[in-house]
Design a protein around this ligand. Structure first.
Ligand code: GLU
Length: 300
């Protein structure tokens, strides 16, 4: 099945960082691209803190991210939403999916899955052990979405046509984790739908997740937004910039330089006369075009 755009709605974009570390060149570049795309299309731009994974979070990171965005001159619409305060919405979505027979409890441990499953495109492909009920004597630990057979196809505005066979490459995937935390794949869909997001512009590392999110959208009966995955930012060794690969934090005191570099990575080279933040943003708004943005990885 094909998922396309929902062009009739007014544009509403968002930036959804996880407070697992400070902003780095990769996350800042995503923020700049999603912001400019929203603003140049006359749209709104929301900010959502994806703080659903306390074990991976860093104390103070959420407020540091907001301060850095402010120092760089971003202006978001409405209040910042925090996923950690939206538990009821995710519960209601999981209840709906369970009532509709689309989600089920799974009692398998990681070890058991590793022993029986083959590897897919993003970890092990769940072999479906609990699809028709947990093994006798086992209680459900996690909740999974029942995926359908066949390819999921969508058109990404930058990456073009993308396809994935969820059953073959991913398997029934987790919505509520065994440790009690909500899975990103469920929360992101519930929030984007609840917040009326029409256009998702984010990093290409999430391309592999998009078919899962489309499956959740279809299961919940909500619209599929338009997708645009910006190039992956990699270091000299070709690794995705992240806390794990020791990507340096963005320096709010060097805001104009940081913004200039982010624009350059997105294929937009501001003239030297644009020295201040305000001049750079004004230039960027006047010159922004997705056509100039490279699709492939950018070395930072
Ligand atoms: N919170 C996710 C991240 O920081 C991004 C989610 C999204 O944009 O869909 O990687």
């Amino acid at each position: 099945m094909m998922s396309g755009f929902t062009p009739s709605l007014p544009y509403r974009g968002r930036f959804a960082p996880s407070p697992t570390g400070l902003l780095h060149a990769g996350s800042l570049t995503t923020a700049v691209g999603s912001y400019l795309e929203a603003r140049t299309r006359g749209g709104e731009w929301l900010l959502r803190m994806e703080d659903l994974d306390p074990p991976r979070e860093v104390a103070g990171a959420a407020s540091a991210i907001l301060q850095t965005l402010e120092a760089l001159g971003f202006e978001w619409d409405g209040v910042v939403e925090y996923q950690s305060r939206r538990h009821e919405l995710y519960c209601a979505a999981l209840d709906q999916l369970t009532r509709d027979g689309l989600a089920y409890a799974c009692g398998c441990t990681r070890k058991e899955i590793a022993a029986h499953a083959r590897r897919g495109v993003d970890g092990y492909v769940y072999p479906g052990t609990c699809r028709h009920g947990c093994v006798a004597g086992r209680a459900g630990r996690a909740w999974r979405l029942r995926v359908e057979a066949g390819e999921t196809v969508f058109i990404d505005r930058l990456q073009g046509e993308c396809r994935q066979d969820l059953e073959r490459d991913i398997g029934d995937f987790v919505l509520l984790r065994a440790d009690g935390f909500w899975a990103y794949q469920l929360a992101v869909v519930v929030d984007d739908a609840a917040q009326g997001v029409t256009d998702i512009v984010r990093g290409a590392d999430l391309l592999v997740s998009t078919p899962r999110q489309i499956a959740v959208q279809r299961a919940l009966g909500v619209d599929t937004p338009s997708y645009c995955h910006l190039p992956l930012m990699v270091n000299a060794a070709g690794e995705k910039l992240s806390k794990q690969t020791l990507a340096p934090a963005i320096a709010p005191q060097a805001a104009a330089d940081e913004l200039r570099r982010a624009l350059q990575r997105l294929g937009h080279v501001p003239p030297n006369e644009c020295g201040s933040l305000a001049e750079l943003w004004a230039w960027a708004r006047g010159h922004w075009s997705l056509d100039k943005v490279p699709a492939g990885p950018v070395t930072v």
